[in-house]
Design a protein around this ligand. Structure first.
Ligand SMILES: Cc1cc2nc3c(=O)[nH]c(=O)nc-3n(C[C@H](O)[C@H](O)[C@H](O)COP(=O)(O)OP(=O)(O)OC[C@H]3O[C@@H](n4cnc5c(N)ncnc54)[C@H](O)[C@@H]3O)c2cc1C
Length: 413
């Protein structure tokens, strides 16, 4: 049990920060500082894009998740004074004092210095990004004349996804299914074009062969054009240029989505604490920042030494670490013994288009509609708080999870 007078400040309300704060709630004074007013269950952003789920399911407001046991501050932390043990928050005159600090601010899109990428591509990390992409697809379709030739319709409805990891494959299969469905509904000739560009030899690099086969099948079925061993060299308002085997090709595109990587957040970049060569915060096996016993860091902004390499940068890792972080904050403040833990991969669940998914559980992969249901069931159990889980589970069970065709309005919008 932590010292009742102690002040705990958690910066970042994602998988790492929110779940740590929820676990510590009631122990002592806990303050959660978040730049956004809602949590985002990022692994289901693809289903939000396709309208299979609604914003309230996967991006509930903190005021719904937190009761008066956790004080919520909606604002971006701009600095930490480790000597004075205070956190500065934009718009707040007084810094927040802490006895224990949890740093869990996640990452931001990494454009890797590619010319025009930051200015002319869409990121895909939050609800607003998914809304922007859905609206762009609808707007593009609305501008295709009904009598356009198949070539013309395809040229106009060309989209690209940069990055062929799990994110790029999940996103492009959703886009492929949604756009093809919209072509049919609107009576347009031909097929839309969705291109995935990946630097590595295969899509989903790092995932096993079995899961990759499901992914490759889904890409084929969704009509996605895959370019591996290919780099995007530049992006303009009208398209992009890629390089394959030393040859450059220019492609006109209505939209380019960038899911090519993640880097540390500007706050972490600014802080003077030990970091690894990628700029991730170096933490001990207790999640304490090296040289700062009262500061903990977890999730996408930390380099944890004792986890399976495939877990780096995943919600699974941040989620698992949150229990260790909460337990160790409690131990630190209560004079108990801090623990360590080894983290293993719990399996994978990829959403592939609007009809299918692929799941890897207990070393076995399976796909199809059953995998899609298993993914929904698994993710219901990972949502924050019992109350929210029950509400969302009931909504998915009774109201269904069918996609919303492009062009139809979301309920309540
Ligand atoms: C589209 C997408 C799909 C994904 N799918 C999967 C998946 O299927 N499986 C999986 O395991 N992982 C997946 N991931 C990765 C996973 O979402 C992250 O690894 C996970 O969210 C990391 O948790 P976190 O708490 O470290 O960071 P986040 O969940 O990113 O939370 C960080 C929080 O900090 C806040 N913040 C940032 N800066 C500040 C600041 N200065 N002050 C206050 N608050 C701040 C942010 O607003 C955010 O709320 C996906 C990621 C994306 C983008």
């Amino acid at each position: 049990m932590a010292n009742k007078q102690a002040r705990i400040v958690v910066i970042g309300g994602g998988f790492g920060g929110l779940f740590t704060a929820l676990e510590l709630a009631g122990d002592t004074e806990v303050t959660l500082v978040s730049a956004e007013d809602h949590f985002t269950f990022r692994p289901m952003l693809y289903e939000y894009l396709s309208g299979e789920v609604e914003a309230w399911h996967i991006a509930p407001h903190y005021r719904e998740l937190l009761d008066d046991k956790v004080r919520f501050i909606h604002g971006a932390a701009s600095d930490v004074d480790f000597a004075a043990r205070t956190v500065a928050v934009e718009g707040w005159a007084e810094p927040l004092a802490y006895d224990a600090l949890v740093l869990a601010v996640g990452g931001v899109t990494n454009y890797a210095g590619v010319e025009g990428a930051e200015e002319h591509t869409l990121p895909f990390r939050g609800i607003g990004d998914a809304d922007a992409l859905r609206n762009l697809m609808i707007d593009t379709l609305d501008h295709i004349p009904p009598d356009a030739t198949a070539d013309e319709a395809r040229r106009r409805a060309t989209f690209a996804v940069v990055g062929g990891g799990a994110s790029g494959c999940e996103l492009s299969t959703k886009m492929g299914d949604l756009l093809r469905d919209a072509f049919r509904r609107r009576g347009l000739s031909g097929e839309p074009r969705v291109v995935v560009v990946e630097m590595a030899e295969h899509v989903v690099p790092g995932m096993g062969d079995e899961l990759r086969e499901y992914v490759e099948d889904a890409l084929r079925e969704a009509g996605v054009e895959v370019h591996t061993k290919t780099r995007v060299r530049r992006v303009t308002p009208d398209g992009f240029t890629f390089e394959q085997a030393g040859e450059e090709t220019e492609v006109a595109a209505a939209g380019v989505v960038w899911v090519g990587g993640v880097k540390v957040s500007p706050l972490v970049e600014r802080l003077r604490i030990p970091k690894d060569r990628r700029g991730l915060v170096s933490v001990e096996q207790t999640l304490q920042v090296q040289g700062h016993a009262e500061v903990f860091s977890l999730g996408d902004d930390a380099h944890f030494p004792d986890a399976s390499p495939t877990l780096a940068g995943t919600a699974q890792l941040a989620f698992q670490q949150s229990s260790l972080a909460a337990g160790n904050v409690r131990a630190l403040l209560g004079g108990g013994e801090l623990k360590t833990k080894h983290f293993e991969e719990m399996g994978e669940a990829l959403s592939l288009g609007t009809e299918r998914a692929a799941v890897l559980a207990g070393g076995k992969a399976f796909g199809g509609a059953l995998a899609r249901q298993a993914r929904f069931a698994l993710y219901t159990s990972r949502l924050p708080t019992w109350h929210h889980r029950v509400k969302v589970g009931a909504s998915w069970f009774f109201e269904g999870t069918a996609p919303l065709p492009l062009g139809l309005r979301r309920p309540g919008s």
